[in-house]
Design a protein around this ligand. Structure first.
Ligand code: ATP
Ligand code: MG
Length: 396
């Protein structure tokens, strides 16, 4: 069966009153963006429903894969359309559709007709009964079950008849662009791309920052982050990746501060710089891939010290997750393979043998005083190195 029309189902959450229009507008423009490059499509809104219509050739699998990346969609229903508005034509279409989808298998079904076009002579109840009866005649293996049917055959009578039963699961969440913007601290690891994905799923637009430490980190390590940003942008949409040269700050910390405090102090400077970039670029929050207890710099005490430099909210969607749970998501969103490529990152090069696991804020602050001469200038210069890379989704 060739599908040319799709019903896009979205969750009702966040769609009350005036918001509903904003939500639908953003969702439609997101769908448009995602299907661009897959063929000619039209998006139609009708009675509080969103329909996507193929206007030329397209690949069904590619289209489904892409629609499954659009946040805000909970389900996609491929629809068959009958243009002739006569009972017999609709019935024949229903039989053909059910046979193609379910064959002669002994399924239970229920017909759920809805007539929005009152010019059509039969009422919904009557249609349910007649089509149900004719389906039973067409295939004796099928049975009606009005309470718990395996297959719910929906028939919508508009100016054409729409038939559908299957729903392909969508990504859920809220359309990107309905909930502000946040700055993702994106490293080459497993956790931060997952964190970006999760916050973006709540409708938040992303911008990202990567702290680079050449020549201690290589061009390939940076390329890995660009690749990860591109995969995340497949869901989150176009984003800007800021690459900040962090080497001089790291060397200064290495030279002047106790080595067991290196990571924590370094993380505090990353947060400070990320916050500056966030504010300059209209972001309302930061996002990190931190998870309680995962490494020394992510104990409660370490998180407390890191967080102490932040004036805007820091979202840590992986905070309560086990590593395996994060890995599962990274596999599902296809960042895992890239994340595990073995290129060094700046944290691993300047890492101490025995990092503090229970840093005390006052002690860390005192250590940072040793940097007071010159650190502001280094931060300023680091911000000046900001290389902005425009990231758009992978070529389809
Ligand atoms: P990830 O898998 O995301 O790299 P991780 O387990 O390696 O996380 P850390 O290296 O302690 O953890 O980093 C914690 C968080 O700090 C990361 O999730 C990321 O948000 C941020 N971060 C760490 N290093 C960098 C970097 N070089 N550039 C940008 N952000 C970074
Ligand atoms: Mg890391």
């Amino acid at each position: 069966m060739e599908y040319r029309t799709f019903l896009i189902k979205y969750a009702e959450i966040g769609t009350k009153g005036k918001n509903r229009h904003v939500f639908e507008d953003v969702l439609c423009s997101q769908i448009k963006r995602h299907v661009e490059g897959l063929g000619q499509f039209a998006i139609r809104r009708d009675f509080g429903r969103i329909f996507l219509e193929a206007e030329g050739n397209y690949d069904y699998e590619d289209l489904m894969a892409e629609l499954q990346k659009v946040f805000g969609i909970v389900g996609i229903c491929p629809i068959v359309v009958e243009e002739r508005m006569e009972y017999e034509a609709i019935r024949d279409k229903a039989v053909a559709y059910m046979k193609e989808c379910y064959g002669e298998r002994g399924i239970t079904f229920k017909v759920n007709a809805r007539r929005t076009n009152k010019a059509f002579p039969m009422q919904s109840m009557e249609l349910n009964a007649e089509i149900g009866h004719d389906l039973l005649e067409a295939c004796p293996e099928w049975k009606v079950d009005v309470r718990h049917p395996e297959v719910l055959l929906n028939i919508e009578i508009r100016n054409q008849a729409y038939l559908y039963s299957a729903t392909v699961k969508g990504a859920g969440g809220l359309p990107v662009g309905t909930n502000g913007k946040a700055m993702l601290l994106l490293s080459g690891g497993i956790d931060s791309p997952v964190a970006g994905y999760m916050i973006s799923k709540r409708g938040v637009e992303l911008e990202a920052v990567y702290f680079n430490a050449p020549p201690y980190t290589s061009e390939r390590a940076k390329q890995k982050v660009v690749d990860l940003a591109r995969i995340v942008s497949g869901y989150a949409g176009r984003l800007r990746l800021h690459v900040i040269n962090f080497t001089d700050i790291q060397l200064a910390i290495y030279e002047k501060c106790p080595h067991e405090e290196l990571t924590i102090i370094m993380r505090r400077y990353m947060m400070r710089i990320a916050e500056k970039l966030a504010v300059e670029n209209g972001c309302q929050a930061l996002i990190t891939g931190e998870s309680i207890g995962q490494v020394a710099s992510q104990t409660m005490q370490s998180l407390y010290c890191t967080n102490a430099v932040c004036g805007i909210p820091v979202f840590r969607p992986c905070i309560g997750m086990d590593k395996q749970e994060i890995v599962d998501i990274s596999e599902q969103i296809k960042t895992y393979e890239t994340s595990i490529l073995p290129y060094e990152d700046c944290c691993t090069i300047f890492v101490a043998k025995h990092p503090v696991t229970k840093p005390i804020l006052e002690i860390i602050e005192r250590s940072e005083e040793k940097l007071s001469e010159g650190i502001d200038e280094l931060v300023k210069r680091a911000l000046e190195t900001d290389e902005i890379i425009e990231i758009s989704p992978c070529a389809q």
